[in-house]
Write a protein that binds this ligand. Structure first.
Ligand code: ISE
Length: 342
């Protein structure tokens, strides 16, 4: 690179060579200009080698800090499982490296707060959190409509978040920390309010739910401004990947996600395919998100969802995981917003 001078090609270390990490490696290599993947890190060395081997000159590592200290790394993309994020983020901040961190920032509010404090001590933003819904064209349209005030004050959001199935080991807290965290961020962003309290209702589980997983669930969020957000989370629905959101305002309602992609009318019927996973449904949003990160980073800026957004979402998730277990209305404990985050 040559930090401090633009333009240059941003050398990126991608941490985590699973499905998401490998997709970001492909994206940085083939879709987004101005960056190259210089390192791939995974605790599974063979997996790191396999993904690194797809990119010319890319080196495989098993230790994130070692990769950050190798030459040719100007920025870090964290796509490892949530519990591994804090260590990687703190290592990146220690080296003052820009980071795009997949959601969740961390799976616990205390960890997110430690990251927030480390960035605050640094005195400037370095972290962009991967809440990619903010880069989806439908979500952006909805945000623009709500901000323009045409529908009046937003009273409610009705959301649905459906996955075809879950991988083995997917737990009830992961329904919140990995799945509903998207709606938590989207609600905060769309309404420009914090979430004050959470409740979780659990209907009789679907017979297709894995043993021990109460699926689906209904998560109810109350905002500081008095709006209510309901989120159906159904992670083994079997039929497709669907993410919907309807905003109801004082003077109208607007809905996104009901039909995504082409609809075909033929033989007296009308229909459309349903995406089967998030990499397909949100492909354009991921491309836009990573492009925005690379562009901003190459110009010495940090934009997009911040560590504060990651921390605020983690605080809501923590309350929601508690509410899942107790069934009680659970207030969200949120610290003061540091001046760094406006
Ligand atoms: C996954 O990690 C995601 O981020 C997807 O968007 C979400 O739909 C899925 O439930 C999560 O496991």
């Amino acid at each position: 690179m040559t930090r401090g001078r633009t333009p240059y090609t941003l050398g990126v270390a991608v941490i985590g060579a699973g499905r998401m990490g490998a997709d970001h490696v492909r994206r940085l290599d083939e879709v987004v200009g101005g960056a190259r993947v210089s390192a791939v890190v995974d605790i599974d060395g063979e997996r790191a080698e396999a993904v690194a081997g797809r990119v010319r000159g890319c080196v495989a590592h098993t230790d994130p800090a070692a990769a950050m200290d190798a030459g040719d790394v100007d920025a870090v993309l964290v796509a490892s499982p949530g519990p591994a994020h804090e260590e990687a983020l703190l290592a990146a901040l220690e080296r003052d490296l820009p980071v795009l961190c997949e959601k969740p920032l961390t799976p616990d509010a205390a960890g997110a707060l430690r990251v927030l404090e480390a960035e605050t001590r640094l005195g400037h933003r370095r972290i962009q959190v991967g809440f990619m819904r903010r880069y989806d064209s439908e979500y952006q349209q909805l945000k623009a409509l709500l901000d323009a005030g045409e529908l009046g004050r937003t009273l409610m959001l009705h959301c649905a978040h459906r996955n075809v199935s879950t991988p083995p080991g997917f737990t009830a807290p992961m329904m919140i920390n990995d799945s509903v965290v998207h709606e938590i961020d989207a609600a905060r962003w769309l309404l420009d309010e914090e979430i004050a309290a959470v409740r979780v209702l659990r209907p009789t589980p679907s017979s297709a739910a894995p043993q021990g997983l109460s699926d689906p669930q209904l998560v109810l969020l109350e905002t500081t401004g008095g709006a209510v957000v309901d989120v159906e989370v159904f992670v083994n629905c079997g039929f497709g990947y669907e993410v919907r959101c309807e905003a109801v305002g004082e003077r109208g309602a607007a809905r996104i996600g009901a039909a995504h992609g082409m609809s075909v009318s033929a033989g007296g019927r009308r229909g459309a395919e349903i995406a089967q996973d998030f990499l397909t449904r949100f492909r354009d949003a991921y491309d836009r998100e990573v492009r925005a990160w690379v562009d901003a980073t190459r110009h010495g800026r940090t934009t997009g969802p911040s560590a504060w957004d990651g921390y605020a979402a983690a605080a809501v998730c923590e309350a929601a995981v508690r509410a899942q277990a107790t069934g009680d209305r659970t207030p969200v404990a949120l610290g003061e917003r540091p001046a760094l985050y406006g």
